[in-house]
Design a protein. Structure first.
Length: 318
């Protein structure tokens, strides 16, 4: 990875600190941040996303309007992020002389940790949809903290096909595309264990994650649902599995033990919790999400989501 960009919290004129592994100097990239404007944009996005997550899908009109409001807020936030954060980083990395996209690990603090930097965009009429996203020009990785990055970097990867578990729609909620993915996964991993319906319990998921007495699976793919309120959790066949139970199980794990890959293929699994759409601030620490709890539990790599994902898209990307 080329660098870690530490994105500041609510400063009127902020900066990103750039740490490159092969260099002994810390780079500083000024970021022009208008406090009132960025507060308004981020508040609208946070409230719109939470309102959508709380909308009842059975009330089609209400759910549709909430989704439209969420997408408009995400669009506004993405344009603001590109102009005020991504463009300064692109200008800085252009001077590195790389022949490929820079790889940036973003260590964000406070409310910035909840932002979907990959959705940052600028207008580009040459591309489908007329938008050029940050991921067209950068390889982005979200890092919950410097300590978490160093811990994960020191962990050896378990061979990915050694012990594969796929949990598919454990709550039987109609994830048809994810169930189809579960049927196809054995063509890639012939020895994979595919668990569906009532067998995908909270304990079955915990058993696949590292603990002080066992290493955990080499690849865990969870095709289910996620939530951020009233507590951050993922859905299992017998209820919601909160991240607190994942972290409790991880207590006492030996540092440096090889770890696997966890894909939490559900909505908002890399978003910190919030109490309600009217809240002024999130309820949890900036680094505490389902995805980062998996990382803290001993995984080498974790893939999560920063907004709601439709079943079809999630299955294709899985």
């Amino acid at each position: 990875m080329d660098q870690h960009a530490i994105v500041p919290d609510g400063l009127a004129t902020g900066f990103a600190l750039i740490l490159r592994p092969a260099h002994d100097r810390v780079g500083v990239v000024p970021l022009t941040l208008v406090t009132r404007r960025h507060d308004e944009v981020m508040t609208r996005y946070r409230q719109a996303q939470q309102a959508f997550l709380q909308a009842d899908p059975r009330q089609a009109d209400v759910h549709h309007r909430a989704d439209q409001a969420r997408q408009l807020a995400l669009d506004e936030l993405g344009a603001w992020l590109h102009q005020n954060v991504i463009e300064p980083l692109l200008e800085h990395t252009a001077g590195w002389g790389l022949r490929r996209e820079p790889r940036l690990g973003l260590v964000s603090v406070a409310e910035w940790a909840a932002l979907p930097f990959a959705a940052a965009w600028r207008a580009d009429a040459t591309l489908p949809g007329g938008k050029r996203y940050a991921v067209h020009d950068l390889v982005l990785t979200h890092v919950p903290s410097g300590r978490a990055f160093l811990r994960a970097a020191a962990v050896d990867a378990v061979p990915i096909d050694e012990d594969v578990l796929v949990v598919v729609d454990p709550a039987q909620s109609g994830l048809a595309f994810s169930r189809a993915f579960g049927r196809e996964v054995t063509s890639i991993f012939p020895r994979a264990t595919v668990v569906a319906r009532h067998a995908g319990t909270r304990q079955r998921i915990l058993d696949a994650l590292p603990s002080p007495t066992r290493p955990g699976a080499s690849l865990v793919h969870l095709a289910t649902h996620g939530r951020t309120s009233p507590e951050v959790a993922i859905q299992a066949a017998d209820g919601w599995l909160p991240l607190s139970r994942i972290l409790d199980q991880a207590r006492g794990i030996r540092p440096g033990r090889p770890g696997g890959v966890v894909i939490v293929n559900a909505c908002v699994t890399d978003v910190m919790g919030s109490r309600s759409a009217d809240d002024e601030a999130p309820a949890l620490d900036e680094a505490l999400t389902v995805a980062t709890s998996m990382l803290a539990a001993g995984a080498k790599h974790v893939i999560g989501t920063r907004w709601p994902v439709p079943d079809g898209c999630a299955a294709v990307l899985g």
